[in-house]
Structure formats: C-alpha cells, structure tokens
Design a protein around this ligand. Sequence first.
Ligand code: ZN
Length: 103
Amino acid sequence: MIHDIEALFRRGVLSERLFAGGFDPELLFVECHKCSRPIFWEKGRTTHILQDAGISVRDLDERCMIMSHGCPQCSPEETEFELQVVRLAPEGEPSLPDVFGTA
Ligand SMILES: [Zn+2]
C-alpha cells in the first residue's frame, strides 16, 4: 500500500531540503495517531520501512515523525497499521499527508 511519494514531495509535504551530515531515520519519533502512545520498533525497522516506501533519509529531518493509524496497544486485533510521515509545522501542528505504507 505504497502511494506516490514523488507527488508527496511536489506538494511540499516532505521538502527536499538536505541536512548537513544527513539524518538518522532511527531517530524519527513514531506515535500512534489513535491513542497518542509512542511506538518503539526494533532498531533498523524505520530505515527498512522508509526504504520500502522509496523515501530517502536525505529528505527527512528532525521535524519529521511517523504516525501509525493504530498500534498493538489500542488495536490488538489489527496486524497492519497505516503509516504516514508527517512534518511538524512551525506552529507545532502536524500536517497529514497521504499514507505511504503499512507496518
Ligand atoms: Zn494506539
């Protein structure tokens, strides 16, 4: 369930601004959109998911985060959750671009 990531970039949801030295995707905060719990994945999973979705880590920065539409805590009957990369707006409100994948 991977959508057009290039279109996402063109709409400015994920900018192509690069950070000197790059950004470690493992530092991305992952939060459940339903219950607001933080989600902790095993190391390397974020990188793998982003690669599967065709998202370059060079397009991410510390204001990006991943939202999961549900988590094992609040939706134990679910086995896959839709994921979105969001960039926090300057005022702190997250924008909600298209879903890019599942976990
Ligand atoms: Zn949850």
